[in-house]
Design a protein around this ligand. Structure first.
Ligand SMILES: [Cu+2]
Length: 278
């Protein structure tokens, strides 16, 4: 019995951790933090919805698991061979059979409704304030602001060249710059193999498929640097084509556009592209 009790304590601890983990672990804003267990802090309405849906489903899963565990413990204790040497021969119980069919259906409906609401919200594109195109290449991203005439490649900064405060494997030479609180439509393409434009704090993870234009959108709520990574195995340097989005005020964004469009500031990164390909 002592072993059994210990088993119960471990199980209860695991469930407790699973529930409390996301709340306890320090989560990074815009980038992962050491020992982080939950999601990164949401910076878009969609990611907020994803986070609360995740919490909701985790609670349902935990209650079901605890309920089944309780039933199993009860059966093992109450109806084991020693306590119950003469097993009953009961079969069929209409009320019970209806209950264990209807209750799971209700649980699934309770999960399906917020799940579809989230899915529709992700595909319900708001009116665009800004459109950008991200193109996956082996192994870097290139970006285009078609309405602003801006185009550049975004290439990882090697460890030796990092400035203080710049995260390793996530920092790029030219970030995507977007204004805060604006609806940004992202068009996604690929020049070679399947890549994936994933931004955890924006709630975006979308494949960039050759020969096909994919679309998603986000509206960042806070300024700052936000990082993601290519999330589709795309070859040898898959881990070295990070995504960095700099969310700035509208004024700063306009300044950046003016500066970037100036011919003298042409973002010539042919050498770095060559380096990224090696
Ligand atoms: Cu990739």
């Amino acid at each position: 019995m002592a072993i059994f009790n210990r088993f119960l304590i471990v199980l209860a601890g695991a469930f407790g951790l699973a529930l409390m983990g996301p709340a306890l672990a320090a989560t990074g804003d815009g980038q992962p933090a050491p020992w982080q267990m939950g999601f990164q802090k949401a910076n878009t309405p969609i990611m907020e919805q994803i986070t609360s849906f995740h919490t909701y489903v985790t609670i349902i899963i935990t209650l079901i698991a605890l309920f089944v565990l309780g039933l199993m413990v009860y059966v093992m204790v109450r109806f084991n061979e020693k306590r119950n040497p003469e097993p009953a021969r009961t079969t069929h119980n209409t009320a019970l059979e209806i209950a264990w069919t209807v209750v799971p259906i209700l649980i699934l409906v309770a999960i399906a409704i917020p799940s579809f609401r989230l899915l529709f919200a992700q595909y319900d594109f708001p009116k665009a304030d800004l459109t950008i195109t991200a193109t996956g290449n082996q192994w870097y991203w290139s970006y285009e602001y078609p309405d602003l005439g801006i185009k550049f490649d975004s290439i990882i900064v090697q460890d030796a060249d990092l400035k203080p405060g710049q995260p390793r494997l996530l920092t790029v030479d030219h970030e995507v710059v977007v204004p805060v609180g604006k609806n940004v439509i992202v068009g996604l393409k690929s020049n070679d193999v399947i890549h994936d434009w994933a931004m955890p704090s924006f709630g975006i993870k979308l494949d960039a498929v050759p020969g096909r234009l994919q679309q998603t959108w986000f509206r960042a709520e806070r300024e700052g640097m936000y990082y993601g990574q290519c999330s589709e195995l795309c070859g040898r340097n898959h881990a070295f084509m990070p995504i960095a989005v700099h969310v700035v005020s509208e004024q700063e964004f306009n300044d950046w556009v003016a500066k970037t469009k100036a011919p003298s500031a042409a973002l010539d990164s042919a050498d770095k592209v060559a380096a990224a390909k090696d």
